[in-house]
Design a protein around this ligand. Structure first.
Ligand SMILES: Nc1ncnc2c1ncn2[C@@H]1O[C@H](COP(=O)(O)OP(=O)(O)OP(=O)(O)O)[C@@H](O)[C@H]1O
Length: 305
């Protein structure tokens, strides 16, 4: 993999795509840096696939541009070695075996076929390479799609909804795989409309709604900004009095109350200061609330679009 002098990242600048009268993506700008998994999040129809297709040179932008390692996809000298893509694993051809599909892709993209067993092993399909794709589950198709994306050992990965069809063990496996790839210095973009998935996979998030950028920040900041903490203690009345000057307190289920505006660690410190033992201290909501708040706000301001 190339590192060092070359800038490994995916950058989108004033990117826009109009279909007829409607903008699917509008004035979008963000950077997915190397060494991190960037979650690309938005509700259905937000423009995620359109954006990723523009990054990969499959859809022509109406405005702006997307670059990979500083160049537009069309200008990359060795595209399959620079960026690996997983777009829609359901379109893989049923009549080929996994191995034949990889062999075809290696030939089409001038990639080293010796890497085929390596990537099959990486995605957990070492024992299934000789089976027809038609007999694969959706999760296995996603794994094969990932194998294709990794075949050129690219420094950048663009994965559109890679979690679809994976079981919980598969999601854990994907998280470890992507974290490992990012740790090697690669840029990884993973799209999803499911907040819970992004929360598991990503270091940072780019949120879009109706084609526009809504947030671009570390995951922890987005979660922390709007999270609420459930608290239970040996003396809830006295503890709420101690917390009230610093936060918003609401009643919760019996024996607990919720606190918005303080981190769990800060609540723990205040409880210690006033000498009240805690029986419960758990973050509730988080990314889900942050996301809903963002998209709701956007829907209101963009209602006339
Ligand atoms: N080829 C096309 N022609 C016309 N409109 C399109 C085309 N492709 C996408 N759109 C529209 O652009 C908008 C964004 O679609 P896109 O598929 O990019 O969203 P998405 O965020 O990926 O959604 P999902 O999570 O449902 O996959 C939608 O309103 C969609 O109908």
């Amino acid at each position: 993999m190339r590192t060092g002098t070359l800038l490994i990242m995916i950058k989108v600048t004033e990117l826009g795509k109009r279909y007829g009268e409607r903008w699917a993506v509008r004035d979008l700008g963000f950077t997915a840096p190397c060494g991190q998994v960037t979650g690309f999040l938005g509700p259905n129809g937000a423009g995620k696939s359109t954006t990723l297709r523009m990054v990969l040179g499959l859809t022509r932008p109406t405005t702006g541009q997307a670059t990979i390692d500083g160049a537009r996809f069309a200008d990359l000298p060795t595209p399959a070695r620079t960026v690996g893509a997983l777009l829609d694993a359901t379109t893989l051809p049923d009549h080929l075996t996994g191995e034949q599909q990889l062999r075809w892709f290696a030939a089409a993209a001038s990639l080293d076929p010796d890497r085929i067993p390596v990537v099959l092993d990486l995605v957990g399909l070492a024992d299934h390479g000789r089976r027809k794709i038609g007999a694969y589950s959706l999760g296995m198709r996603q794994r094969l799609g990932l194998a294709c994306a990794l075949l050129g050992d690219p420094a950048n990965l663009v994965l559109d909804e890679p979690v679809n069809g994976l079981d919980p063990a598969g999601v854990r496996w994907l998280r470890e795989l992507l974290a490992g790839l990012a740790d090697e210095g690669r840029t990884v973009i993973v799209s999803s409309h499911l907040l819970s998935e992004v929360q598991l996979l990503a270091d940072r998030v780019v949120v879009i709604g109706q084609g526009r950028l809504l947030a671009d920040q570390p995951l922890a900041d987005l979660v922390g900004a709007s999270s609420t903490v459930r608290v239970g203690s040996a003396d809830n009345d006295r503890l709420t009095e101690a917390l009230r000057p610093h936060a918003t307190i609401e009643p919760d289920r019996p024996g607990t109350f919720t606190v918005t505006g303080l981190e769990p660690a800060e609540i723990g410190r205040i409880a210690l200061t006033v000498g009240i033992p805690l029986s419960e201290l758990s973050r509730i909501g988080g990314l889900e609330e942050a996301f809903l708040a963002l998209t709701h706000e956007h829907t209101l301001t963009e209602a006339g679009r």
